[in-house]
Design a protein around this ligand. Structure first.
Ligand code: 0O2
Length: 214
């Protein structure tokens, strides 16, 4: 069972920085949505969720790195204290959103893990970016890291399902469930490629002139 530690008590002063970096990321994503809508383009973002890593999960992560589990040991060692999850409609939207964010000059991309091109052995697919943004608290500028996970609705559905057994021990038929999940992950990937083809075919029909070709 997760230890319950008060989030503010654990993160102390850093809480404001993590809250602020998430506000900033959500704001950038909302601007992408607005821009697309105002240009009569399809909005690639379905929804955005944010979280500050739970103190229990952070304590575990620090311990696994051989560090004393205290907030002072987070900077430079754990980059996902603040996390945003961006859910997109289609697979190519994931790359479009990642490209737009990476192009913003004050966003420094520290690391990219493309688990869509290279899925995890579990079948997990998602595009992860570790970024750093400038956060102004009063007159002082802090560079604050955050993890942005970008994936499709189907990838998110799969991850939520898999998450339910991920940290459970002594689950009956666990290997069968794991192998079924891997099979579903492959099927979902294939269906998502079909969705792209169908979407492009529909777009072609929509873009055809009424008397074009006649
Ligand atoms: P939580 O509660 O989401 O914060 P690193 O961060 O690089 O030190 P790691 O694990 O190599 O460690 O990072 P990675 O692979 O980028 O994964 C980080 C996060 O991705 C995880 O966070 C999960 O949210 C998600 N994730 C990664 N692999 C899987 C998977 O197989 N299944 C599911 N459902 N999610 C996955 P945390 O830290 O585990 O927890």
């Amino acid at each position: 069972m997760e230890e319950t530690v008060d989030i503010r008590g654990f993160y102390g002063e850093s809480q404001l920085l993590y809250d602020s970096v998430l506000i900033e990321i959500v704001s950038r994503l909302n601007i992408i949505k607005k821009f697309k809508t105002l240009n009569n383009e399809r909005d690639p973002i379905e929804n955005v969720k944010t979280r500050i890593k739970s103190p229990a999960s952070m304590v575990e992560k620090l311990r696994s790195k051989g560090l004393v589990p205290m907030a002072e040991n987070i900077p430079g060692n754990v980059m996902d204290a603040a996390g945003a999850r961006v859910i997109c409609t289609y697979v190519d939207d994931v790359y479009e959103v990642a490209k737009i964010l990476s192009a913003q000059q004050d966003i420094k991309v520290l690391e990219v893990k493309d688990y869509i091109k290279n899925p995890k052995p579990s079948g997990y697919r998602s595009y992860h970016m570790i970024v750093e943004l400038p956060i102004y608290i009063g007159e002082e500028c802090h560079r604050v890291p955050a993890e942005i996970q970008i994936r499709t609705l189907s990838m998110d559905f799969w991850a939520s399902l898999e998450h339910q057994i991920r940290y459970k021990h002594d689950v009956p038929n666990q290997h069968i469930i794991a192998s079924e999940l891997r099979r579903c992950a492959d099927e979902v990937a294939s269906v998502e490629m079909n969705f792209l083809t169908i979407r492009d075919m529909i777009n072609e029909i929509k873009n055809e002139k009424p008397n074009g070709g006649n």
